[in-house]
Ligand binder design. Structure first.
Ligand code: 5GP
Length: 138
């Protein structure tokens, strides 16, 4: 399986389509999931090409996890969360829908289940949640 330069996250990286960015460094980008399964649901991706965990370099994997940890701490602060769920899917059989490596970072509250996938969030609410995370990071 090869990397498709025109996948949606590659377009987000090139700013060809909009996204609500919360953090970036030389190697990674973090932005809001447009169909959040919990308030504050963030996706962390490497800036370089990687289809998923199976073809990623050790450096890409390490850089993503460092950013995941930063985001998780910021979400806990921003949403007063009790914990974090980290999800990562590989190939269609593994549940992957967008074929650029990504980690789902989800703030969790005691006793609250994740919402089902597939419901678009209002852009203004995504913006509000992104701003809370950006502030917690600063
Ligand atoms: P997965 O490949 O891990 O199954 O899921 C891909 C994730 O990307 C889903 O949670 C979906 O809501 C999110 N997603 C799909 N298209 C877009 C998009 O255009 N922008 C953003 N920010 N997220 C997207």
């Amino acid at each position: 399986m090869s990397y498709d330069n025109d996948n949606i996250f590659a377009k987000i990286l090139r700013s060809e389509i909009p996204s609500e960015r919360v953090y970036e460094d030389d190697a990674t980008l973090a932005f809001m999931d447009i169909m959040p399964r919990a308030d504050g649901h963030v996706l962390v991706i490497p800036k370089g090409a990687a289809r998923n965990m199976l073809d990623a370099t050790p450096e890409q994997l390490a850089a993503c996890l460092v950013t995941v940890q930063k985001i998780a701490h910021a979400q806990i602060k921003a949403f007063n969360a009790d914990g974090t769920t980290l999800q990562q899917f590989n190939e269609a059989a593994g549940g992957q829908e967008v074929f650029h490596l990504h980690y789902h970072v989800l703030p969790r509250h005691e006793g609250i289940r994740l919402r089902p996938p597939g419901t678009m969030e209002k852009p203004e609410l995504l913006k509000e949640h992104a701003e809370k995370i950006r502030q917690a990071l600063s």
